[in-house]
Design a binder for this molecule. Structure first.
Ligand code: HEC
Length: 209
């Protein structure tokens, strides 16, 4: 009996004396890993150099925050149905904080406009896929040398010819790659046209709107 108790006591003492060291060591290696892989682990859609890949399952798994319908006429530079999606954790954070959290990802999918009579009336709806625009929130300026990043976001454009590799080298580029020029009107709302997103806009906390 006596032996058993003291054996148990020894185990407890050993456990107590080892545990703190083991925990500290574990914590240290976790934080070392975190520092080493901050860029990699920051977003599943961004590699260490800041290259952005296209989220695939946003239609199934993400939140549809709103749609735009841009009529095809002489003035239109990007006609079509524009559906915008955000990753679910970003939507929750926005609803709580009123701003996009670090790592938030927004996808805008542009499709052609189909139209015709339906039993509801003259209807317009989304046709074939055109392009995907993607923005990734970076609140820590992780990629100062990568010109696809600026003003706290990574900017990417995917086409049907290049659905997985972004065609945006410079977010101040030409045509569809002049993300900067076109997004200036939304500068005061984190560069996002928040008025078009009823799923989140009422939670927005911006000074000037
Ligand atoms: C021709 C002007 C124009 C260009 C070029 C442009 N955008 Fe936009 N973008 C807009 C407008 C306006 C909206 C919202 C209304 C709409 O879609 O019609 C928008 C919306 C978006 C959205 C949905 C979230 C938001 O900000 O409202 C994403 C994502 C996006 N753009 C990414 C990009 C990226 C990335 C680039 C560059 C590769 C880019 N855009 C280039 C005008 C533009």
């Amino acid at each position: 009996m006596q032996t058993k108790t003291s054996l148990a006591a020894t185990i407890v003492i050993l456990a107590l004396s080892w545990a703190p060291g083991a925990v500290a060591e574990q914590q240290q290696s976790t934080s070392r890993d975190a520092t080493a892989s901050t860029k990699q682990s920051f977003s599943p859609f961004v590699d260490a150099k800041g290259n952005i890949t296209r989220p695939q399952s946003f239609r199934e798994d993400w939140v549809h925050i709103g749609s735009w319908f841009v009529v095809e006429d002489d003035q239109a530079s990007g006609p079509g149905v524009h559906d915008v999606y955000a990753d679910p954790s970003a939507v929750k954070a926005f609803q709580a904080e009123g701003k996009w959290p670090d790592g938030a990802v927004l996808v805008k999918e542009i499709r052609s406009i189909e139209e015709g009579p339906k039993t509801t009336g003259h209807a317009q709806w989304a046709g074939d896929i055109g392009v995907w625009f993607v923005m990734v929130r970076d609140r820590h300026n992780r990629f100062p040398d990568n010109t696809a990043w600026g003003e706290g976001w990574g900017w990417a454009l995917f086409t049907t010819d290049s659905p997985n590799t972004s065609t945006t080298d410079n977010w101040k580029g030409e045509g569809f790659n002049n993300c900067f020029g076109c997004h200036v009107p939304a500068k005061n709302t984190e560069w996002v046209f928040i008025e078009g997103y009823p799923t989140v806009r009422d939670a927005a906390k911006y000074d000037a709107q």
